[in-house]
Design a protein. Sequence first.
Length: 239
Amino acid sequence: MPKIRGQYRFSDHFRINKPQSQLDFVDIPLDTDVSLYLDPYALSVSGNDWLRECGNIVVNFFDYFLSVIRKGDEIAAMKVIANLHEPNDIHLGVSLGRPSGRGWGGKQALQLYETLKESSAVKSGLLKDLSDIELLMPGIGSDKISDLTANVIRGELVAYTEEQCQLYSIPTERINSGLYWDPESKQWSSHYADLPVYRDARVVLVPKEAVRVRLIPDYEEFYNRFVLDFLSAEHLRRL
């Protein structure tokens, strides 16, 4: 194993003899994180149907989260936000050593709830107002937004990882997938999946197309061009 932290990558450990340019997924370092972020806006505008579906799941999550806040249901809101943990299995973010991020702690989850309860995001019903979170709450930046996105779409990322492991004949173990958002039941769920394991911890792969060096900040465009269309289509589907 290379001595310099960060040089021992997924392809090294599982002996995939291909450079990053020939891989569909991010060839993550296994002993630390890489400074890339999952961008919910990038998902929504992707030309890839699967990535856009991931974007739909993110919208579904926020739509439900705001709805329970708007109803004043603090218990339901905290159940939603309390399950946002540091997604160490994807190895994206800003950790300098072994992935061990801060995640969304109980204090910060409560702060997020209190902030949104009093914000225009709930009073107006406009998802675009969630772009104010980073300004209203110090410490909510690209890493936390990326972590939230990873938690919400983990179910899709797990399925993607299983496909890539089959493609490259990567050995896997039958282990828990970790929590992900189920858009049908509108609650957190998990299941057993066949995933690669490194140092007794699952590894979840992320497509290169889903990540950015920095997040696209135009959440108003995200709302106007994507969220409204999605919610309108959902309304028509239910008629």
